[in-house]
Ligand binder design. Sequence first.
Ligand code: IVH
Length: 717
Amino acid sequence: MTQGGQEQGCDGQNTAGLDVDDLDTALAQTELARLADILGRANVAYHREDAPVMPDAEFDALRLRNEAIEARFPDLIRPDSPARTIGAQPAEGFGKIHHARRMLSLANAFNADDVADFVTGLRRFLNLAEDALLVLTAEPKIDGLSLSLRYEQGFLVHAATRGDGETGEDVTANARTIADIPQRLTDVPDVLEVRGEVYMSHADFTALNARQAASDAKTFANPRNAAAGSLRQLDATITRARPLRFFAYAWGETSEPLAKTQTEAIARLGALGFTINPLFRRCESIDEMLNVYASIEAQRASLGYDIDGVVYKLDDLALQERLGLRSTTPRWAIAHKFPAELAWTELLGIDIQVGRTGALSPVARLRPVTVGGVVVSNATLHNEDYIAGRDSRGQPIRDGRDIRIGDWVEVYRAGDVIPKIRDIDPARRPATAQPYQLPETCPECGSPAIREPGDSVRRCTGGMICPAQAVERLKHFVSRAAFDIEGLGAKQVENFWRDGWISSPRDIFTLKDRFGPGQPRQLKNREGWGEKSALNLFDAIDDKRRIPLARLIFALGIRHVGETSANMLATHYGTWPAFRTAMADAQDENSPAYADLNSIDGVGPVMARSLITAFSAEGDEIDALAALLDIQPAVARASDSPVAGRTLVFTGTLERMTRAEAKARAESLGAKVAGSVSAKTDLLIAGPGAGSKAKKAADLGVEVIDEDQWLALIGAV
Ligand code: IVH
């Protein structure tokens, strides 16, 4: 077909010359199909082939015609509407896309034993005999960034980065410039999300850096950063000029199952036009898996792109389903990482950083050295025991060798993590080198820095009078996994803090009242701010008053409470009032609230103590913050299931599935699974041999059902 405005419509009617006002529904449909086709091709020719097929003015006229017809017939707007798919770029920042299915990360294995444990765990979960065949797949772990591509009726409708796994950034316009990504698929389920890794080859990376250097532009540390920087460009024409590639290795929502096995599903993605990795293999034993690992590792240097391990996945998709997911990783897959990369360099000094919990962290300042392609000049030294050559129990590490300024140290990097120091070379130690002592006062505020019994870390006792702790807590509060306020990053927080505009999290939510329109001092008059950016920030802050409970708990920055624990706490308590009351009641260690807190899967005595301490020391401050927010209850993931939000206990022998599988299934349906029966138990599932728990349940009037009734209840039979 030639390009231009005069082709026949799909069904032979010539709709091209008709006035928009003269179209009826059928003609409008034909004309919209024609315009989608012409404009789609012209767009590909322009963006991907760099060979425009029509003058810009003609392109624009056709686009306007398309828009006018869509305005008259909104019901006819196509999934591949040019208005939706061409050059559609958000003016400021990226739009957000909520993933229909969460984007997961992977648990890690570092050696053959970990891999064997993983496979044994799968067998145990599924109750498979040791000699029963269990098929897994093995494939390279690509060192890039993951991307989810959503196709509706075969049309690419959007592309999103992983983000926090729940919500990613809309990079559709950029993804359309990647040649490995088909814009259109035929013979596919109505909804198909294809997931994989965007990466840059070594050759393209080297050439890009040479071009960047020649034009005095920023060069990239490694291909992964280059790929990420290129995909996350607001201007898709920049992305177009960067040679990105894509391997498909997984999928998200699909309106119909893709296949029965991982192997078939990947082959199907390949047949649809996606690039799949040629080193993908099907394995029938741990030995085969480890052989594939060795073979991929041997080819690593000659692949032409970065990989950082091998991913094993259970092949049978029905078994994957049974294993289900942990909070951020599937139980049915694992990444077997390659050993870390190493280099030797000189330790020039040790700096102390004070974190949000007051921890004094020693940081090694190194003579810059390249480790696995990245220039490293800092590395973590963990804590004073690590420097002294012993572990947390006082046992020697590095044969007891301590680390001194002036030493030659062996630095290693594994994946994306902060570089670490593995060892020192005693033969090259300067005669003047002295054992290193961590300071006993905080370098930021001068308060005593003490080490409590059982703690491996020395901490500043200054609390909120310590500027470093205060600022770090604020930075944590606004960070991506916490409040994630657009326009309020680490740098802005530091500036506001320095000038006394924000000294605690709640001050963020009164910023507009104090520095907004009509106030004597106004944000818009600050250096680096203007009318619009100030209003945008106030809006962004207002937006985040509505906050999911889990995010708020994480944002509080309580020691030992990370993202996963915050999620578990939120799911357990459900609402802010329930959580807040429990934290107050649990101050009494003999209270049911204390026992309940400790019974939560993943909450141990250390985290419980930490929560209780935080709420006793800062309860008022936290309440004042909460009063400014609209805290969203945690929704059980499958809230329509009959067990969502209920507390279950399993006892006795289960015959149809292992205890681990039963627990995982119940949790995936939004239930809480407890280890013992109490007044809070809603349901006891009792198999043969149930003993004291069944009796206790009967005493407490808790409903008791057997395994078959349980399976019927959750619709598993
Ligand atoms: S599977 C459901 N396969 O590794 C499992 N991930 O560390 C989802 N990655 O977030 C991932 N190569 O970005 C899978 N062959 C591969 C991969 C791979 C690279 C990335 C992916 C994931 C990260 C986890």
